[in-house]
Ligand binder design. Structure first.
Ligand SMILES: [Zn+2]
Length: 258
């Protein structure tokens, strides 16, 4: 079968069928490989997302630093670990990027508010790009990735006050001098985030479809918090693998609980 390159028009139509609303704030996590060939490559996918949102919409993507050793510079620090679409997006004209190793990038009318200075810890709390996207009525769009890539679930952990954390560090410039700073992050393997599918589906709060070749999920950030926070308040470790189940990252999170 010949390889079909998805055109911008096809992608915009698919995004519309999924329910991506014009004029919305949308945080996008994506795997370009899963979306498949797109006319114009990763930039073509960004253009289609931008067109689907219209000029009143604000597109947001993760732009977290690839390494902890080099001082973070929003103008130049790569974020290829977030995927080629995110790395492409942060370099495009008009895109703003927060000055924080746990960076996000945004373009659109609400971009400046979303990427305003945010504290190093918690990296994804209420006062962070994903927290602000939620406060602004934002949506989360997962294109070819599942909830394990959904940073807004770390926001749910922050809101619920989960008791686990791991010690992280980053390098930032202080008065022009590289400085190592340590902070706590509610991190683990994140595979337990996949449980959000059942929580959202049971309430009809997740739209699912296809964009390019990828499975796409769309939800309001507030709906995700609305289902995840009560679960975490009832069982603060609901998103971790069971203790000693063979997951080193979750075991590290368990070991951090006072
Ligand atoms: Zn785990």
């Amino acid at each position: 079968m010949a390889t079909h390159n998805s055109s911008a028009a096809e992608l915009v139509a698919q995004l519309g069928r999924l329910g991506v609303p014009m004029g919305a704030v949308v945080v996008v996590h994506t795997s370009f490989k899963a979306v498949g060939p797109v006319e114009g490559g990763p930039a073509g996918l960004v253009a289609a997302l931008t067109e689907a949102l219209g000029s009143a919409g604000t597109l947001v993507m993760p732009a977290m630093a690839d390494d902890d050793e080099t001082p973070f510079d929003p103008a130049s620090t790569p974020c290829i670990g977030m995927g080629v679409v995110a790395e492409t997006f942060r370099r495009l004209p008009g895109v703003r990027r927060s000055d924080n190793p746990a960076s996000f990038a945004a373009r659109g009318p609400l971009a400046a508010a979303i990427v305003a200075p945010h504290p190093l810890a918690p990296p994804h709390g209420i006062d962070s790009p994903v927290g602000r996207a939620d406060a602004l009525g934002g949506f989360v769009l997962l294109l070819g990735v599942g909830h394990s890539e959904n940073t807004t679930l770390h926001l749910a952990e922050a809101v619920a006050g989960v008791p686990y954390h791991v010690r992280k560090w980053a390098t930032v410039l202080r008065d022009g001098v590289p400085a190592r700073v340590e902070y706590d992050e509610t991190d683990h393997c994140c595979r337990g985030f996949a449980r959000a599918d059942e929580w959202l589906r049971a309430r009809g709060l997740q739209r699912e479809g296809t964009v390019g070749r990828a499975t796409a999920r769309l939800m309001r950030a507030s709906d995700l918090l609305g289902v995840a926070v009560p679960v975490l308040l009832g069982d603060p470790c609901a998103l971790l693998h069971a203790r000693d189940a063979g997951c080193d990252e979750c075991d590290a999170a368990w070991a951090s609980i006072p």
